[in-house]
Design a protein around this ligand. Structure first.
Ligand SMILES: [Zn+2]
Length: 155
């Protein structure tokens, strides 16, 4: 399941990427070209612009109701029956929406803080912007946030 968000949904875009969903953000105007891109790339179009619902559009679109990002995530999960899989968390670059790739620990030695290098074993890199990722505590933080808001149920 892939999404296309409008530029006003920056926080939701980031969250969907954290959760492992391919989510492109449309930088241009919220108009015909926005919908056309969604259809061409076979993405579900997400927007808060209610007037878009009146447009003649053959693709899939969802008008996001809440202006609170946690509730927006809840809406999307509920509407599209998403089952969050922690294995997929942090597999996409938050900046570029590119799948990140494993990189050898030895290759990142000069690019991460010493503490991170000493305490982390698994590193990933974005092939586009070269940003480095290590899940470490981020994944735990996201999991506890999701649990706290009843977005995920974990034994
Ligand atoms: Zn990137």
């Amino acid at each position: 399941m892939k999404f296309l968000t409008d530029r006003n949904l920056g926080k939701l875009t980031k969250w969907l990427r954290i959760l492992g969903y391919d989510t492109a953000c449309h930088a241009g105007n919220i108009d015909r070209s926005f919908l056309k891109r969604g259809a061409q790339e076979r993405r579900i179009v997400l927007t808060r612009r209610r007037d878009m619902a009146r447009r003649n559009f053959s693709g899939r679109m969802y008008i996001v109701y809440s202006d609170n990002v946690t509730e927006q995530v809840r809406e999307i999960m509920h509407t599209f029956s998403l089952h969050l899989d922690p294995q997929r968390f942090f597999t996409i670059c938050l900046a570029c929406n590119e799948p990140i790739q494993a990189v050898q620990k030895a290759d990142v030695k000069d690019r991460v803080p010493q503490y991170v290098f000493q305490t982390q074993e698994n590193f990933q890199i974005c092939p586009q912007c070269r940003k480095l990722y290590w899940s470490g505590t981020h994944k735990d933080n996201v999991l506890s946030y999701l649990k706290q808001h009843n977005l995920i149920h974990h034994p």
